[in-house]
Design a protein around this ligand. Structure first.
Ligand code: ARG
Ligand code: ZN
Length: 887
């Protein structure tokens, strides 16, 4: 059953206020709901249809009297509601939180009751108009056993609490802001809180709380600091204040996603709250900072202004990802640290969104249809959506964008709106801007799926000093979209001389005084040319600086030109990119059998120069010295042989380890952090580079039978004062020293037995180990039966299964098809308890059509086997049907 964007109808009934009462029991929770409903005077008389899913209905009263109703595909239909313009509806129903393994709606986890309502979980709690354009004021009373669930929370402000008979207690909460049901939340659990009172600019006092299980309190400092930094940042950068007296974050072990922005009561996966130097890596610390910020920023972009319907999801997600990316960049410090963040974001986009956009699940940033909305919390809606916002930012400038945001809130505060409304506000605040003059064309980014390819070719005339740059764009068809119109593509660019000097850019017909070292060209037709004049030297073009648009760039540059950029580009993103391109062309040539897997001296020397560079940051070096991932290489090839790509990349990695051996030793020695642990960009960069150096030294040791470095790695593993270094050493051993890896893994397990998030790392590390004679795959199968393993907990399931299937192609894609058989079995097994999680796992086969034989046929058979299962969830069915669509 397909939901279509074009079928949107404004609601005929609106719910203005809700009074909810919960009697919480794991096996049977009673919900009483009193709804104040208004009829749209314009709408024709019609039945009232309330969403409901898996509920037991006990009673319905309209204006205090019984009313006839019926059930129709899950909905509760009242054919003749009272004819008054406004009436009350009272509903009593029950649900069963302890059987809720989907983790959508009201469910139990170790410490108590939790909710997850986005997108359509509220209907699994009670009957309601469960759509984001119906906004109501909530008053919520919770009743529960006091000893088991001492903490009772819901959105807004606590208005009353007290004792009840039978060891129970209650709390009553009121949220003054009208909100859609997907932002409702409650928590009833055995938790403790870190608290902090702050005073914001306008002089208002706020209480900030981070709730966790007893014993985890010492791991909440970073989350609290991140929250305070987010509040300060949003006030400063966008003039958006905290509008609540109380802002709560609650951590829960069982959670399908990262976190959820429920008004005033954010609920988080523990992974994005809990951190201590001993148990969390630098990457974890940054993840917490960015997710805390993301959810906090939703309070304005998502909650104060929300989505009219779920097709508009990127309205809040793309914008909020853009905001959290900017926050993380601002928190990182200087220009080069910002560039490192940008590189990481782009790497992520290319690793997840580009393949999505080229595969069977390709959809526009604003999708046109869906079967299961939960399948559309995608890299396209989030990360590409953020790129679309970033392009607007580029086209109107930083200040223009801030003005656009101000206008957006002036116009739409308190409303449920569309992506069009957002783009219109940004354009209207900047009349005559590069965005405003082509807004309709620009908005094709919302409507057309697929990643455009931009081809750039330059011609320099030494006689006249003129350089003509021609840009062409094209975009392959996507499902349902055979032909694409040209996109508006901002191309930030500069020109360098061959000795690396930035050249002044003066366009033909422009005054010399208009010249600058960088500019943004706006490509909006299939082909356009620009001519630069008065160039004194043959230029090397540096295009798409900072990755100014989410496109694939074919710049046709030679190795020599890329080496110039790698050595001299003033744009750190393009400097990194030049090195990646040099590596990528070598990887692809070898993986497609056109060249041996051999790294030439020029490449090795360029990498050595980066590693030894006197001024580049360690974090930049670490990114620049990594070869593109196997997945990224696969995306470049028409036919993919995962085993071959793995072999080629491993061989090149070994060459880097060998030829730069002395340099890696230098890097290891010179990047030790001797100060106390701080999760700063500067320290993290040093640790990352030292870890990479250690991995390379151990890799080389493996090939040269040298026992020294593995011995040092083991020592480091034992002595490390923080998880980043400990895990770095352990992973170096797991990668290249099987004998020492075994005792190290055993010791690690023993040390961290009680810590779920660290055990996740333990499982993940083993599933991500380089495959050798099928041992990794066999180990994953054995780990499934480990007493600490469970498919019920999403983090644990992901630690093993996603690590194998998404990040270890050589272990997963086996010529004997056993990997795919294993995949299909797990998808079906998980689907029976948690369809959202199963659908995510199902997506790892998106790109099966690109596989070489025998993988391709085996993959098809496995997907078909899943598709043939009779009682498949809508979520998984949508994924496998799309995967098989052209069969
Ligand atoms: N809005 C949440 C966030 O972006 C994600 C919620 C995802 N929910 C879902 N059912 N897929 O942080
Ligand atoms: Zn979000």
């Amino acid at each position: 059953h397909l939901v279509r964007r074009e079928d949107y109808l404004a609601p005929a009934y609106r719910i203005r206020s809700v009074d909810l009462c919960f009697d919480l029991e794991p096996a049977k929770t009673l919900v009483s709901s009193r709804l104040q409903i208004e009829r749209d005077p314009q709408a024709a008389p019609q039945p009232l249809r309330l969403h409901g899913e898996g509920l037991t209905l006990l009673r319905v009263l309209a204006n205090g009297e019984s009313v006839s109703f019926r059930h129709e595909d899950g909905s509760l239909v009242i054919d003749h509601p009272p004819e008054d313009a406004s009436f009350t509806l009272e509903i009593r129903n029950s649900c069963c939180p302890e059987k809720n393994t989907e983790l959508s709606g009201l469910y139990t986890s170790a410490s108590g009751f939790f909710t997850q309502c986005e997108a359509e979980g509220f209907r699994r709690i009670t009957y309601f108009l469960d759509r984001p354009d119906v906004m109501a004021v909530y008053t919520v009373t919770l009743r529960a056993d006091k000893a088991k669930y001492p903490v009772l929370l819901s959105n807004g402000n606590l208005v009353e609490q007290g004792e009840l008979s039978g060891g129970r207690h209650y709390a009553k909460w009121h949220d003054p802001f009208p909100k859609p049901s997907y932002l409702f939340a409650l928590v009833a659990a055995d938790l403790v809180a870190r608290e902090q009172r702050i005073r914001t600019r306008n002089g208002q006092e706020h209480l900030l709380q981070v709730f966790v299980r007893r014993g985890d309190l010492d791991k909440t400092e970073h989350a609290m600091n991140s929250l305070i930094a987010s509040i300060v940042w949003d006030e400063t950068r966008f003039k958006l204040p905290l509008d609540l007296e109380r802002f709560m974050i609650v951590a829960v072990e069982d959670f399908n996603m990262g976190a959820m922005e429920n008004k005033g009561l954010n609920i988080f996966n523990t992974k994005f709250v809990l951190a201590s130097p001993a148990t969390a890596t630098d990457v974890d610390f940054f993840g917490i900072e960015s997710v805390v910020a993301h959810e906090y920023f939703h309070n304005w972009t998502g909650n104060r202004v929300t989505c009219r319907d779920w097709f508009q999801l990127s309205l809040k997600e793309g914008l909020t990802v853009f905001r959290d990316q900017e926050f993380s960049m601002d928190m990182s410090g200087g220009a080069s640290a910002r560039a490192v963040r940008r590189i990481e974001d782009v790497r992520q986009l290319r690793a997840s969104q580009f393949p999505e956009d080229a595969g069977p699940m390709a959809h526009p940033v604003r999708p046109d249809s869906y079967v299961a909305i939960d399948n559309f919390y995608t890299a396209t809606v989030y990360e590409k959506g953020a790129e679309v916002v970033r392009m607007m930012h580029t086209l109107v400038g930083r200040e223009g964008f801030a003005n656009g945001m101000t206008l957006y809130f002036q116009r739409h505060d308190g409303q449920a709106v569309t992506c069009d409304d957002f783009a219109q506000a940004i354009a209207d605040a900047n009349p005559g801007s590069a965005l405003a003059v082509r807004l309709d064309t620009f908005k094709r980014w919302y409507a057309q799926a697929g990643t455009p390819t931009v081809t750039a070719r330059g011609h320099y005339d030494p006689e006249t000093g003129r350089y003509t740059l021609t840009l062409q764009q094209r975009c392959a068809p996507s499902p349902g979209q055979p032909v694409k119109q040209p996109f508006v593509i901002p191309v930030a660019m500069g020109l360098l001389s061959h000795d690396g000097t930035p050249l002044q850019l003066q366009l033909e017909g422009e005054d010399a005084s208009a010249a600058s070292a960088e500019r943004v060209l706006v490509l909006e037709e299939a082909e356009q040319s620009w001519t630069f004049v008065n160039l004194g030297a043959v230029p090397v073009p540096s295009l798409l600086r900072g990755f100014s648009a989410p496109v694939i760039l074919d710049d046709g540059l030679s190795d020599a030109e890329r080496l110039v950029l790698l050595a001299h580009d003033t744009d750190a993103f393009n400097r990194w990119e030049a090195g990646q391109r040099l590596a990528l062309s070598r990887l692809c040539a070898a993986a497609s059998g056109q060249a041996p897997a051999h790294l030439d001296d020029a490449f090795i020397e360029a990498m050595r120069a980066v590693l030894r560079h006197p001024t580049l940051d360690a974090s930049f070096k670490e990114l620049a010295l990594q070869l593109p991932s196997e997945g990224y290489v696969a995306e470049q090839l028409a036919v993919v042989d995962p085993q071959r790509i793995h072999a080629v990349r491993e061989s090149m990695r070994a060459q880097l380890a060998q030829h730069l051996h002395a340099d890696w030793m230098w890097a290891w020695e010179h990047h030790q952090v001797r100060e106390g642990y701080q999760p700063t960009v500067a320290q993290a960069g040093r640790r990352a580079l030292a870890n990479l150096a250690l991995a390379m030294l151990c890799l080389h040791a493996q090939r040269s039978a040298d026992p020294v470095w593995p011995g040092r790695a083991y020592q480091r593993f034992k002595d490390a004062g923080n998880m980043t270094e400990r895990l770095g050493a352990l992973s170096a051993l797991v990668e290249s020293h099987a004998e020492l890896a075994e005792p190290a893994l055993a010791r690690f397990h023993e040390l961290f037995q009680g810590d779920a998030l660290v055990l996740d790392k333990w499982f993940a590390l083993q599933a991500r180990a380089p495959e050798h004679e099928g041992r990794v795959f066999a180990r994953v199968k054995a780990l499934l039966k480990h007493p600490d393993f469970s498919l019920r907990n999403p983090n644990r399931a992901r630690s093993l299964l996603f690590s194998l299937t998404m990040f270890n192609p050589a272990a997963f894609h086996r010529p004997d098809a056993a990997g795919y058989v294993f995949w299909a079995d797990r998808v079906m097994e998980i689907d029976a308890m948690n369809p959202q999680l199963a659908a995510r796992l199902a997506r790892v086969m998106d790109r099966w059509r690109k596989l070489a034989e025998p993988y391709r046929e085996a993959a098809r058979a496995a997907i078909q086997r899943v598709a043939a299962k009779p009682d498949l969830s809508n979520d998984v069915r949508e994924i496998v049907m799309r995967a098989l669509a052209d069969d």
